[in-house]
Design a protein around this ligand. Sequence first.
Ligand code: NAD
Ligand code: MG
Length: 396
Amino acid sequence: MNIKGICILGATGSIGVNTLDVVARHPDKYKVVALTANSNVSGLYEQCLMHQPEFAVMVDSNKAHALQDLIAQNAALTTQVLSGAEALAQVAELPQVHTVMAAIVGAAGLLPCLAAARAGKNVLLANKEALVMSGDIFMQTIAQSGAQLLPIDSEHNAIFQCMPAGYKTGAHEKIVRKILLTASGGPFRTTPLEDLPKVTPEQAIAHPNWVMGRKISVDSATMMNKGLEMIEACLLFNMQPEQIQIVIHPQSVIHSMVDYVDGSVLAQMGNPDMRIPIAHSLALPDRFDSGAEPLDIFAVKRMDFEAPDFDRFPCLRLAYDAIRAGGIMPTVLNAANEIAVDAFLTRQLRFTDIARIIEQTMQQFIVRSASTIAIILEVDHDARNIAKRLIEESNP
Ligand code: NAD
Ligand code: MG
């Protein structure tokens, strides 16, 4: 049997750990070729011991030395340690890598994602920021190389499972009316509005249904996560923003739905466990065990649905504004959001000021085409600087 090589970018994060859990259940299907992390030495070392990759990339060079020392002390471990951001792309392109799990958080994942796409890999994309910031260029790169792009977001995996075959070549255009993109509503769905300016990072990252990294947890609390996902859905499934209806569904049992012209609505359901979309994408066109608990439909009892409140969650409106404006605006939105979330997590910004900083940053840009990666990187850099300045100005 043909065992496929996998490279996991962001192996020590929440998605990385879940991916390794699934991969370890199927040694007859996948072999770990490369694992990468930013700076978590002990986490990556433990993963090297367990999964014996050929390569381990630690972006931080001092930390890479520390990892190298640990590995050198263990004669049974032959993993080669690389360091620096360029090494991320290098391992994603290796000929023995068939599948790349793109699970770095934020814009730092863009270049390695593009490298994997250019090299024609099976790209499992959790790193939604990379797609949102580079939009059409990312999709063109995938189309040109013949790479397979599989979304690792519970919602987009659900949509992927419910879309008609051939949607990539437009087969859905006359038959899919809209996508119903579900959202839990996060931890502040019912918090009194006057309490929102005071919420702490600890409260914001305590998501009711999912355990995730800090940045996406804050994005879920502001609902910018759903805004990014709406943009992601437009790009992945070739839909207009008007065709994406966000639906608050607090139980997170339905992971999204596709509404067809004949009145059929197809939904994908399951427990909130990221191993389900990961296993689905790794097993395609087959299915295999993910390790997730089976859904107990009787324990679910009921499912609720509400329209989103754009006043409570202004980041949703900003995301629709950005995709409708097009060009560089999604890049600006994403960059400003990354900076604002980081400032909130380090207690330099109030929760409710995240949306304000993003909006004010967007106002500093005139829409223009985002036709090259150089333009995207420049806009990303400029938007970050503007957002930082705006945050400093609000903290005299
Ligand atoms: P996380 O913070 O738990 O992990 C992030 C990973 O990226 C870590 O391995 C870290 O070492 C690495 N990393 C961070 N900064 C880096 C940098 N500058 N250079 C290189 N590597 C860097 O995040 P997560 O929750 O696993 O999320 C990862 C991505 O997946 C995000 O884009 C997120 O939106 C998306 N996603 C996550 C979930 C989830 O359930 N956690 C669900 C859907 C989508
Ligand atoms: Mg999601």
